[in-house]
Design a protein around this ligand. Structure first.
Ligand SMILES: [Zn+2]
Length: 113
């Protein structure tokens, strides 16, 4: 991944779009393996023994609210891949933002002479 200072905005945009296209599906949030008590912990052998019920939970923020969803075991790998793609894309956005500000500052400095 070489960054030439002379690269045009159109070329940068195309490079970013290509990187985003490769990162699909995407997700943002966290996946956790937890063990929770069920609705009837007194009648449940797993809960009475302290093992409780292991499950995967996906936690994410939507419009400022924290949300949780149960994740079936069969969906864990797919969601993991999406989360990694989301992290990669987010890191890319951060890089692009910092690089964009540098270009804006250089353009502004040149205008001032
Ligand atoms: Zn239980």
């Amino acid at each position: 991944m070489s960054k030439k200072p002379s690269e045009s905005e159109a070329a940068r945009r195309a490079r970013f779009a290509a990187a985003a296209r490769e990162r699909w599906p995407v997700a943002k949030g966290s996946l956790a393996h937890v063990a929770r008590p069920c609705g009837r912990p007194q009648d449940c052998p797993a809960c009475r023994s302290g093992r409780r019920h292991p499950m995967w939970i996906f936690t994410f923020r939507q419009a400022g609210r924290l949300r949780c969803r149960y994740v079936p075991e069969a969906c864990v790998e797919g969601l993991r891949r999406a989360l990694q793609n989301g992290r990669d894309l987010e890191a890319r956005l951060v890089e692009e933002g910092a690089a964009f500000l540098e270009r804006l500052r250089r353009a502004h400095a040149q205008k001032k002479g």
